[in-house]
Design a binder for this molecule. Structure first.
Ligand code: ZN
Length: 208
C-alpha cells in the first residue's frame, strides 16, 4: 500500500513537471512572438503566396535541414513551396503529398519539383518492429495493435522507411512524373543533400 501511494505521488510530480515543461515551451514561444510582431521583424519576410522561383520542394522533416536546406539552395522566403515529412517519401499516389504538389502546380503556378532526400536519414532502415515495441512501452495496448492488424493495417510495413535513399528518391520522382493528374511539362528532379555541409548530389536530372 505504501509503495502504491509513493508511486502515485511520484507519478503526480512527474506529470506536473512534464506539463510545466510543455506550458513553459508554449509561453516562451508566445512571449517571443509578441515582441517579433511588435518590433515588425516580419517586414523582411513579406512576399506573395506564389513561389517566386516556381519551385516545389519535397524534403525530409530532419531538423538539420530546417535552415540549412534553403540556405544551401539560395532560397529565400517566398521562393519555393516546401512539403516535408519523415523521409521525403510519398506513401500514397492520392495522399497529402501529391495533393500538395497538385495544388502548388495548378493554384500557385509552380513548374518544377525537387525531391530532396538526405544522407543519414532517420527513415533509412527504420525498423518497424522496434517502433512498435516503443509504442507498446508507451502504454498503447497490444489489443489496439491487434485490432488495427485485423482491420488490414500492416503497421510494421507502414512504419518502415527505405533501404536506399537514392532508390526512394527515384521512386518518388517516377511517381510524380507518371501521376495521371500532373501535367507532362512539369519537370521533376531528384537530389540527395548532405545534412552537415549542404552539398547536393543529383540522382535524377529532370531535364534529361
Ligand atoms: Zn530524414
Amino acid at each position: 500500500m505504501f509503495v502504491r501511494i509513493q508511486d502515485s505521488f511520484l507519478l503526480n510530480v512527474m506529470t506536473t513537471l512534464y506539463k510545466e515543461d510543455i506550458m513553459s515551451k508554449l509561453q516562451e514561444i508566445l512571449d517571443y512572438n509578441k515582441l517579433f510582431v511588435e518590433n515588425k521583424e516580419y517586414v523582411k519576410y513579406i512576399t506573395s503566396k506564389n513561389p517566386n522561383k516556381k519551385l516545389v520542394i519535397l524534403s525530409c522533416m530532419d531538423t538539420r535541414l530546417t535552415e540549412l536546406l534553403p540556405k544551401a539552395l539560395n532560397l529565400k522566403n517566398g521562393d519555393a513551396k516546401f512539403i516535408k515529412n519523415a523521409g521525403a517519401s510519398i506513401m500514397h499516389p492520392f495522399g497529402s503529398i501529391i495533393r500538395s504538389i497538385i495544388v502548388a502546380v495548378y493554384e500557385f503556378k509552380a513548374d518544377e519539383v525537387l525531391v530532396i532526400g538526405h544522407h543519414g536519414c532517420g527513415m533509412s532502415n527504420l525498423n518497424g518492429d522496434e517502433v512498435l515495441e516503443k509504442i507498446v512501452q508507451r502504454g498503447i495496448s497490444k489489443e489496439v495493435i491487434e485490432t488495427l492488424c485485423n482491420a488490414g493495417i500492416d503497421i510494421k510495413k507502414w512504419l518502415h522507411g527505405f533501404d536506399s535513399v537514392e532508390e526512394s528518391i527515384k521512386e518518388s520522382v517516377e511517381l510524380i512524373k507518371s501521376h495521371p493528374l500532373i501535367p507532362k511539362d512539369i519537370v521533376v528532379h531528384g537530389l540527395v543533400i548532405d545534412p552537415e555541409t549542404g552539398k547536393l548530389e543529383v540522382v535524377v536530372n529532370g531535364y534529361e
